[in-house]
Write a protein that binds this ligand. Structure first.
Ligand code: FAD
Length: 477
């Protein structure tokens, strides 16, 4: 993975830039000791790292605006950061950049149950948004597996999803408004606390823009009343293809479970060794959850189980209690971490039409065998959002390059079957050069013209999302 050369003129002005920022901000906001900035050298795509010029951890939107004004005047690039859990290298710094982290901005600003929204500062973690309203019977639906750590800011930037997004949609479907600081420090409000806001739908543009257009400091989020009940059924199969075919048939039947999650043998075993959820030892497994009243749950599960029976399952286990349901989900939510116990891994994120699941899983197995690298699959099968995990050894010469090449082949396959390069993790640096496989030069030019409008100097999160060759004249211009 290539990054452009850093601007040495900026690096040589480090103390001047740190002094300007420190003078404008409250104590402790600017972090510039290389020992302390080390924690910000990478995000969860830890294969790539780079020390930043310095890090700023503001406490308010006004402080973010002050930082942006200074960086704009000084021509210093800014890399926005939430919790740093991006798997696409979205928060990877450059040597000449200021990392702007919103992790101190965690307040709940307003809760409005009659109008079903919550307004929070953008550094608040995903899970603690639900935590703020659950005692009153509400929840925030998008639930990335990283929800205990990841921030709403990062969720908005990546348009994050999660296991339960099959029914409720991803971040963009649950985001109502943002406060955003523009590249020159201007503070703007986009969207609001109502179903629709006047003017153009700029909110749709901001959600998923990967820190390219501005710094999100506050968010108004849709909250929902908790369902009466929910119940998962766990179904084991003797092949990935059978599990994939079962998913297609459930969706084709018009049933919308709240989640359909897939795990293959490698992931089942890794997760079981870690979380002891009582998973069957089989080739592939689905966790299918439905919710509603007791009658709705029983009716939906009986239809789902009837479909599953047609695919010769090796085990069908309907949860019998809340404790069992929690145990089933614990295994799934721990799967990524559990795979990390086996080896280093690169987690891909591509989306495909659900009807192509069986074919794509078979092709991934073939590509994995050809490359000599093990690939585990754990993903949101109901909406076709795949997460092949390629295991490799970061200390073995050449392994990372082989992994990158296999990852590229798998993502190209997703595009070839009618899907796209990312479902929820974003493009970042990981898929930047693959954008040519999905978009024509004219498409990319149109997307870059949008960035021109918000960030004319291209100082926000440089060298991400757009292929380096396509963005070069703008970045160096
Ligand atoms: C174990 C694990 C499991 C995961 N599971 C899921 C999953 O199920 N679903 C899913 O969608 N993702 C998942 N992820 C990926 C990751 O958690 C999400 O992309 C998450 O939204 C990133 O949030 P963050 O706060 O950590 O953002 P960061 O990693 O800090 O940043 C992500 C992007 O957001 C930008 N950004 C951050 N803050 C701002 C801001 N204030 N304004 C503008 N841009 C900003 C950054 O520049 C970067 O481009 C997982 C990650 C891990 C490590």
């Amino acid at each position: 993975m290539q990054m452009p050369a850093a601007d040495q003129a900026i690096i040589s002005r480090k103390s001047e830039i740190v002094a300007l920022l420190s003078a404008a901000l409250s104590d402790g906001v600017v972090v510039h000791d290389p020992v302390e900035t080390r924690a910000y050298e990478c995000d969860a795509l830890a294969a790539y790292r780079c020390p930043p010029l310095c890090v700023v951890l503001p406490r308010s939107t006004d402080e973010v605006a002050a930082i942006m004004r200074i960086c704009h005047e000084q021509g210093v690039p800014v890399v926005p950061r939430g919790a740093g859990t991006s798997l696409a290298g979205g928060a990877l710094p450059t040597e000449d950049c200021v990392v702007l982290g919103v992790s101190r901005m965690v307040a709940v600003l307003e809760v409005d149950y009659p109008n079903r929204f919550i307004r929070v500062e953008a550094g608040r973690t995903n899970l603690s948004v639900t935590g703020a309203v659950e005692d009153d019977g509400f929840f925030y639906a998008p639930d990335p597996s990283s929800q205990i750590a990841c921030a709403i800011a990062g969720n908005i930037a990546m348009n994050s999803g999660g296991a339960h997004c099959l029914k409720y949609g991803v971040t963009t479907n649950n985001l109502m408004g943002v406060t955003m600081v523009m590249a020159d420090g201007e503070i703007v409000e986009i969207g609001g606390a109502h179903l629709d806001a006047g003017g153009l739908d700029l909110l749709g543009l901001i959600c998923g823009s990967e820190g390219q257009l501005g710094i999100v400091t506050e968010a108004t989020l849709r909250i929902l009343a908790k369902p009466e009940g929910a119940r998962p059924v766990l179904v084991g199969f003797d092949s990935s293809e059978a599990a994939g075919a079962c998913v297609s048939e459930i969706i084709k039947a018009g049933i919308i479970p709240v989640a359909i999650e897939f795990m293959d043998r490698l992931c089942i075993r890794a997760s079981e060794a870690h979380a002891h959820s009582g998973y069957p030892d089989c080739e592939a497994m689905l966790i299918i959850e439905v919710e509603g009243s007791e009658g709705e749950i029983t009716e939906q599960l009986s239809r789902i189980i009837a479909i599953a029976q047609k695919h010769n399952p090796v085990e069908v286990r309907e949860s019998q209690s809340q404790e069992e349901s929690a145990r089933i989900w614990l295994g799934r939510k721990s799967a990524f971490g559990a795979m990390g116990r086996i080896n280093d891994y690169m987690c891909l994120d591509g989306t495909i039409p659900v009807s192509e699941l069986s074919f794509v899983l078979r092709r991934i197995a073939e590509l994995s065998a050809e490359a000599g690298l093990q690939v585990g699959n754990v993903f949101h099968a109901g909406d076709g959002n795949m997460h092949p995990l390629i295991l490799f050894d970061a200390n073995k010469a050449g392994d990372l390059e082989k992994t990158e090449a296999l990852g590229a082949e798998i993502l190209k396959l997703c595009v070839e079957v009618g899907g796209c390069l990312t479902g929820e993790h974003g493009v970042g640096v990981e898929k930047r050069e693959l954008m040519f496989n999905q978009y024509s030069p004219a498409d990319l030019e149109a997307q870059m013209q949008l960035k021109d409008v918000f960030d004319p100097a291209w100082g926000l999160n440089p060298a991400k999302v757009f292929p380096l060759s396509a963005s070069k004249s703008r970045r160096t211009g």
